[in-house]
Design a binder for this molecule. Sequence first.
Ligand code: SAH
Length: 401
Amino acid sequence: MEPINGKIILKAGREKPVRQRHPWIFSGAITRVEGQPKPGDLVLVADSHGRALATGYYNPHSQIRARILSWDVDEAIDAAFWQRHLARAIAARQLLALEPHTTAYRLVNAEADGLPGLVVDRYGSSLVMQCLTLGIDRRKMLLAELLADLAQPDGIIERSDVDVRRKEGLPLTTGLLWGANPPTTMEVLENGLRFQVQLAAGHKTGFYLDQRENRAAVCQPHLVAGKTVLNVFAYTGGFGIYAVAAGAAAITHIDSSVEALEQAEANVALNGWTRPLDEYIAGDAFEVLRYYRDGGQTFDVVILDPPKFAHSQQDVEHACRGYKDLNWLALRLLNPGGLLATFSCSGLVSAELFQKVLFGAAVDAGRNVQIIRFLHQGADHPVLLSFPESAYLKGFLCRMW
Ligand code: SAH
């Protein structure tokens, strides 16, 4: 069993979020640290009178000095603890009944699954782990062993090449953690559709798993059959593959990555389709959309799924300007009666703020826009009520006239 090597004493009045089970302890809430905990060690978190409230792991190099693992201070943080939490997260995915039509999905969603800093995605018989914090990084071999036992994969690789690790004082790292390396390119199913993914080289852990439900919700035959579709920020097809399956007449995919577009085209072929009218445009989305606007080209359906624009609070205003420009352009490209599916994966931009930005774009474009469906991340990326930061992906399906 791991020892507890220190005690974080909170400032008076700063214990409320902890009592309400928010898992983060910011440096500004701390009055002092007793003992000499080393980075990654277990610590107690206590109120200003020294009364212990919770147990977590410590990182003096991060603004988030501790992340809480248990609110029961008598609960041991041992292998059995990690095993219980992993098992619970995995069991919750089984309830979603994703298999066998979907073979790629999130198994562990970090804080929202009570496992701060740990992301695990399943891709068929392989697992991909992201260790976002020092506390998880230090325990990753144990976690990989436990996951191997619980989920029975052929191999577990690490994709800890994410910038947030720098805030924890950690280098970026990738590699094999357990078992056999997955093949460079492998095939997964999402709602019965076939996608090739590259676990070692693809974005995130290989695929944007959080959009699965939205791809299905937006690309339904009654919405897109026979329509022209502009799939902006296409990555490896994503929404576009679903749009083909739903009978879209012609799809234009835009992405800045040539490799992603090549994979998108390969994914169309993989599903057995020949699509002479589809186009793949490599370039900056803003520039390509402006080019279409200048040329008077229009579409029936526009999908906007940009990368994260706001990485910190200081970025939010600039990010909103980007979202507004993009959505303004998209509205200008839509045929009357057309559909816009628009997303933001910036956690710092709330759904409410994103709706305001969209409103601003509609005003400037002189268009009437109805929201016909509110969209969010899939159920395998749950949102923990005590950790609202876990709700990051939001979107609107809109009709315009
Ligand atoms: N819709 C995709 C996921 C999109 S992720 C899916 O369903 O899988 C965001 C994508 O935007 C990435 O593929 C990235 O290569 C691309 N991208 C980032 N900046 C861009 C830009 N300025 N113009 C065009 N594409 C961009």
